[in-house]
Write a protein that binds this ligand. Sequence first.
Ligand code: PLP
Length: 384
Amino acid sequence: MEAYLDNSATTKVLPQVTEIMAKVHIEDYGNPSALHQKGIEAEKYLNYTRETIAAFLGVKEKEIIFTSGGTEANNLAVKGAAKRNRRRGTHLLTTKIEHPSVLNCFQKLAAEGFEVTYLTVNREGIIDLEELKHSLRPETLLVSIIHVNNEVGSIEPVKEAAAIIKEYNEKIIFHVDAIQSVGRLTIKPAEWGIDLLSMSAHKLHGPKGAGALYVRSGVLLEPLLDGGGQERDLRPGTENVAAIAGFGKAVELAAPNIDRQRETLYSLKKNFYAAVKEKIKEVKINGPEDEKGAPHIINLSFPGVKGEVLLHALEGKGVYVSTGSACHSRQSTPSHVLQALGLKKQEIDSALRFSFSILNDGQQIDYAVKILAEAVNELSRFGH
Ligand SMILES: Cc1ncc(COP(=O)(O)O)c(C=O)c1O
């Protein structure tokens, strides 16, 4: 038996997605910029995905820019907005619990002379809207807030944040990293006042290496690359047509079922946590409980047990989880997210993230909990 519970790191690609990708590679392999029929056939896939994503988000097709994934979408949004609009102000605002693909952009910009304010979060990983309000200044140029945190599943009040930011100064550019929320939670960037929104295909059963940035009409960005003018000059380079087609299919499959799937994920998470609490005496949740958190993520600490040792014990029995985010779990620095939540070193060292998808079922949950309980009991006896 296998239980893949690392769906925040990446999800399994759905068969309908691989099917459309294979068709692109085998039959419709033209360059979408080419003038002949093969090019036109390839371009249709880009149009299809652009239309699908735009309809899903309630935005215009021309506002969707394809990128090589979430990291690039975040880089284009943060660096692109700051650099292109620098003369409007040099103060930037973000949170302490962003993904490294956002956080590291801000660190680079700080080294280039921008001033960055990092909003704190409470024990549940949620920002304080009052702190946001008081941190805005006349020279604030850009605010970037993650929608769903990838390590603990906290849901940030981005709709309310947008209202505060725009009321203060509607020219401030508001970016949201929605990479963990697209396909799982409702998000309406145009309606809510979000200017830039990052997405990534592989978090919703699409392929790796495809992402998109929603760029509200009128928002100007400096491209990261120079090249042939694709994607309205914002992201030159021949588009990854097969992956983009797969992205469109993944969104098409998720869109009509989002409410039902959200309920399924919440019930997997609820059942998992209830069973864990029943079988394991010492367990502590990091981040929000139940429906206050994202439907697919739960982060737990098992006092006295090293998260990494536990991860490998579980792996030996076909249960796949993560110690923090996949992006930096190979580094030995303690998670900046768990630190921002105020966790002690021992709590951070014993933390594991479990993340679910619609491809998980009750049997896998039961199996994972059984293996987890055995491993925690075994390892805590040896003081690992
Ligand atoms: C919140 C968040 N932002 C950004 C990324 C980076 O996305 P990608 O893997 O597509 O580069 C991830 C992926 O782990 C993420 O969870």
